[in-house]
Design a protein around this ligand. Structure first.
Ligand code: TYD
Length: 222
């Protein structure tokens, strides 16, 4: 039976990671591989409720430690219900954000520090980490403009408000960005970094060029 393979997508809000994950899903389907696609926070019934609390601007003040604990509560549920069963069944899992997001946002952005996040990861998730992470790093101002515009549009169309993080100041996102860079430097094998400035198609070419050999080496593609 095929071995499971765990891929995460990371980047600041508006980096285009969700689009790239969907494009990779399509590319895999064309090659006969049907991945399990999920996201964090969310992706389970409990996780969707945690997500709503975390992202809604009306939640107001959340202590950074509460935020950290909620991210891992969501992740534990996602591992139990979605990720571990899928990997156990030999499936490819594509996950929109994983622990690198917590290290970047709560560790870097909120200033809790990488060590605390990684200690919590070890407690909650054990050794489980993605085998491959696609980190998209467009210029920060481009990504933030896109994210804030998208959130305003979603709010005016559906009333959904997921803007709690997007409302943060630029300095917060500069810390998030720096934390992502530190992760990429520390884990240069697991993390594929794409400094993307082009359109989605051009970025996809770069993603596939870098990801395909890894999928072949892992036996996911023949
Ligand atoms: P997401 O829906 O992926 O946002 P986007 O599509 O705009 O990139 O993620 C929701 C938000 O949650 C995002 O602002 C980042 C934040 N987040 C954390 O702060 N820590 C975490 O561990 C995770 C998974 C997400």
């Amino acid at each position: 039976m095929a071995r499971g393979f765990f891929v995460s997508f990371e980047g600041v809000d508006g980096s285009g990671k969700t689009t790239q994950m969907r494009l990779l899903e399509g590319w895999l389907l064309e090659r006969g591989v049907e991945p399990v696609v999920t996201r964090q926070p969310g992706g389970t019934a409990v996780g969707d409720r945690i997500r709503a609390l975390l992202l809604d601007s009306r939640t107001g003040n959340l202590d950074a430690r509460t935020e950290l604990a909620m991210m891992f509560a969501d992740r534990a549920q996602s591992l139990a219900e979605v990720i571990e069963p899928a990997l156990g069944a030999g499936r490819v899992v594509l996950c929109d954000r994983f622990t690198d997001s917590t290290e970047a946002y709560q560790g870097g952005g909120r200033g809790l520090g990488a060590e605390r996040v990684r200690a919590m990861h070890a407690l909650v998730c054990g050794e489980r980490m993605p085998e491959l992470t696609v980190l998209l790093l467009p210029p920060l101002n481009v990504a933030l403009r896109r994210a804030r515009r998208r959130n305003e549009r979603a709010q005016s169309q559906t009333g959904a408000d997921e803007g709690r993080f997007e409302a943060e100041q630029d300095a917060f996102f500069e810390r998030v960005h720096a934390a992502y860079r530190a992760i990429a430097e520390r884990e240069a094998v697991r993390v594929i970094t794409i400094e993307c400035a082009g359109d989605a198609q051009a970025v996809q070419v770069e993603v596939i060029t870098k990801v395909e050999p890894r999928l072949r080496a892992a036996g996911v593609l023949r």
